[in-house]
Design a protein around this ligand. Structure first.
Ligand SMILES: [Zn+2]
Length: 369
């Protein structure tokens, strides 16, 4: 029986977050304030009432789960709101010791009041930059195209991504309802990102089978996969992902809420990790899923028996899978490895400093792969 860990210990670990939607990770208090200022009607007008509407514990499926985003999007249609929400997300990440976060959103969903796409991206970049200045969390921005939208709009999102490639945007994603909306519809957008060497991650294998993951990897050039719950149905593809070290962005609570898994104790994460797949733990949506990276790692411990060393391993997997430039990635990885080494399952911490020798990655049994 592995040693029981406390949530406090997991909170203390330096962490990484690669799959976090901006419009799914807004503070409830901020929604209320922004709505009041902008005279936007909400389904509830107090913190508890609104939280109850937005946290999707009882969603019937992914499409139901996604409906809550109408509420957050209703107050995310101007520069100040977008900048503030991006800034607060960095503050929230810092508060739980996330040292690096990749934030994603779909600029196309923020045009209701006629805001220009470039301004929509600038607002979020400004908020993230200011957040980094104030809280020290490093970040990258991922632009999402939506599966359900017309391909001409996803091409526009890809163009935006190319334009902002060296200005804070680190990747391109395809999000939204997966069933009935294959990634291949957006071929032109992916041709553009491939031609421009843009990093790509795609939501796949969440509400559709492994064919969707195969398409993401082989037709769209995905470097990472979001969710991949149904990868277990295709052994050949699973081995391909393992052999090619394709990072899987795992979101436990969200998977339970959308019905992608029926019971967390049977989430494929345990088998994926044991098999050697590169799994990293993310939140998906801090608000809609009512969670944090700390909570998700704690659930991996309580529901799936992950030990402290295994949790550290997944943090390292995450750091190895960021869309940062290699040099920055290695620097951050070394810094975090030193910090992780000094946090023990009894909660004690050693004093870090010059006495700490360079930590070889091999210390963690699996993550050097
Ligand atoms: Zn997602």
């Amino acid at each position: 029986m592995p040693q029981r860990l406390t949530r406090e210990l997991i909170h203390k670990l330096p962490k990484v977050e690669l799959h976090c939607h901006l419009d799914g990770s807004v503070r409830v208090e901020t929604i209320l304030e922004l709505a009041r200022e902008r005279k936007v009607r909400l389904p509830a007008n107090d913190v508890e009432g609104l939280r109850a509407v937005l946290v999707q514990d009882n969603a019937a499926n992914l499409v139901e789960y996604l409906k809550a985003f109408d509420v957050t999007l209703s107050v995310m249609q101007d520069y100040d709101a977008l900048k503030r929400i991006a800034y607060e997300l960095i503050a929230d990440a810092a508060a739980e010791n996330v040292v690096y976060i990749e934030v994603r959103y779909a600029p196309i969903l923020h045009q209701r009041n006629g805001m220009r796409l470039t301004a929509i991206v600038d607002a979020v970049l400004d908020g993230l930059r200011q957040g980094e200045q104030d809280f020290g969390v490093k970040w990258g921005l991922i632009i999402c195209a939506m599966r359900m939208s017309e391909p001409k709009y996803s091409l526009q999102m890809a163009e935006l991504c190319v334009m902002y490639k060296h200005r804070g945007v680190v990747g391109f994603d395809l999000a939204g309802a997966e069933a009935n909306y294959p990634a291949s519809r957006h071929k032109e957008a992916f041709e553009l990102t491939l031609k421009n060497n843009v990093n790509v991650t795609i939501h796949a294998g969440e509400a559709y089978g492994p064919e969707s993951i195969s398409q993401a990897l082989h037709d769209c050039g995905a470097h990472r996969i979001g969710h991949a719950v149904r990868l277990k149905e295709d052994g050949d593809l699973l081995n391909y992902c393992c052999d090619h070290r394709i990072p899987l962005e795992i979101n436990l609570t969200s998977n339970l809420q959308t019905g992608a898994v029926k019971d967390l104790r049977f989430h494929p994460l345990r088998m994926y990790y044991d098999f050697g797949l590169r799994c990293c733990i993310c939140t998906d949506n801090r608000l809609m899923s009512g969670t944090t990276v700390t909570d998700e790692l704690y659930k991996a411990h309580t529901e799936l028996g992950f030990t402290l060393e295994e949790i550290k391993d997944m943090i390292v997997y995450g750091l190895k899978s960021t869309f940062q430039h290699h040099k920055e990635k290695v620097e951050l990885l070394h810094r975090v490895l030193k910090e992780l080494k000094d946090i023990h399952s009894d909660g004690s911490e050693l004093v870090t400093g010059a006495a700490i020798a360079d930590i070889p990655t091999e210390q963690f049994t699996k993550s050097h792969a």
